[in-house]
Design a protein around this ligand. Structure first.
Ligand code: NAD
Ligand code: DAU
Length: 339
């Protein structure tokens, strides 16, 4: 039997990294190719346990490099592409939007052209609920797949643009695609610039935790393993051309999230520091996942079980995040925050 070849872009990052491990372990009869540029957000130490597996391959490449991507696709003839590679941090997009346009829009177009050229069986584009903009605080309003795209940050605008490109390659060239739009992920290997790992790492070091504005903005949190299972399902069962929202109804204010972490670690709430708000800070995100549930997906984690698991993981894996929060990360942190 000929093995299926799956190209995972951004597989050295947070979600792509968890997804690569999930796929390598679940499908020994698939060859999993992890393509990543290894930007500040990518690292391969997370793959020590799988790097010698026969079904795992790593390719260091920039998705913007059209010539190299085209020849890689011609040589390898991938069956499936699961596209995570992106600039992913909203705050960085506010300070420096250009690279978001390059990677998230131009890079996606290169991958679409290469996928079309060799005729892949499925291109799954991993997008975000942020493309829908923001919701008000009415707990009965949710993002559905029909919600109009109204992105507010340069990050979400670049993701929305890439979603539209992916859609257009389906409509124009009949490229078999799915788009997934997931809520906020958390879990192992989450880069400590994002709220949850930033809070855990700083609380463990008895350092102040910056909360933007009044801390009342709401996010809908999903454990990364549940996101990986959702993408697996969409890759194999997703109806060609369809969009699927991913989320588990775990809405929390930012202050609730930070307080949960502080309390779990038995530290003082004095560590919480309210700082200037993020520009254009979206009030609330909340996903209606009915369409994906009808396809057969159900999350395994509640926020309570997921955050407990995640805090324990950061306690057990200090060596991973401690080597990140030095050097380049320190200068980023000092520029971003005033303490
Ligand atoms: P991340 O920043 O942790 O990882 C991104 C990865 O992409 C890194 O390994 C980086 O090296 C790689 N990369 C960046 N530019 C590249 C390029 N030009 N060529 C090749 N590789 C490149 O991101 P994440 O949080 O894991 O998010 C992954 C994807 O999921 C993104 O597309 C993001 O928009 C989407 N998403 C994220 C969340 C979330 O909560 N983090 C939620 C929904 C959707
Ligand atoms: O909704 C999905 C999105 O979730 C993904 O598409 C993005 O890639 C991912 O980064 C995430 O975006 P957010 O902006 O929601 O995540 P972040 O962790 O940066 O912030 C979560 C909330 O916490 C947000 O309301 C801003 C707030 N926050 C964040 C940081 C970094 C703070 O209050 N203080 C902080 O220092």
């Amino acid at each position: 039997m000929v093995k299926k070849k799956v190209l995972v872009t951004g597989g050295a990052g947070f979600i792509g990294g968890n997804y690569v491990q999930y796929m390598v372990n679940k499908y020994p009869d698939y060859d999993i190719y992890n393509l990543d540029l290894l930007t500040y957000a990518g690292d391969l130490t997370k793959h020590r346990d799988i790097e010698t597996n026969e079904n795992y391959y790593f390719v260091k490449e920039d998705i913007i490099d059209r010539e190299s991507i085209m020849s890689l696709f011609e040589n390898e003839k991938f069956d499936y592409v699961v596209h995570f590679a992106a600039e992913s941090h909203v705050d960085r997009s506010i300070t420096d939007p250009g690279i978001f346009v390059q990677t998230n829009i131009m890079g996606t177009q290169v991958l679409l052209d290469a996928s079309k050229q060799i005729g892949v069986s499925k291109f799954v584009h991993v997008s975000t609920d942020e493309v829908y903009g923001e919701l008000d605080f009415n707990p009965k309003t949710f993002f559905t797949e029909e919600t109009p795209l109204q992105p507010n940050s340069p990050y979400s605008a670049s993701k929305a643009s890439s979603d539209l490109l992916v859609r257009s390659y389906h409509e124009t060239y009949d490229l078999p695609i799915n788009i997934t739009r997931c809520s906020n992920n958390y879990g192992p290997y989450h880069f400590p610039e994002k709220l949850i790992p930033l809070t855990i790492s700083r609380v463990l070091n008895e350092e102040k935790v910056p909360v933007y504005g009044d801390g009342k903005n709401i996010r809908d949190w999903l454990h990364v393993n549940d996101h990986c299972a959702a993408i697996d399902l969409v890759l194999h069962e997703g109806v060609n051309g369809e969009v699927y929202n991913v989320g588990g109804h775990n809405e929390r204010t930012n202050l609730e999230v930070v307080k949960t972490i502080v309390n779990t670690l038995n530290k003082s709430a004095d560590l919480i520091e309210f700082v200037s708000d993020r520009l254009g800070h979206d009030k609330r995100y909340a996903i209606d996942p009915t369409k994906l549930e009808q396809l057969g997906w159900k999350p395994k984690y509640t926020f309570e079980t997921g955050i407990a698991h995640t805090i324990q993981w950061y306690l057990d894996n200090k060596n991973w995040w401690e080597q990140i929060i030095t050097g380049e990360y320190q200068s980023y942190f000092e520029k971003q925050y005033s303490f």
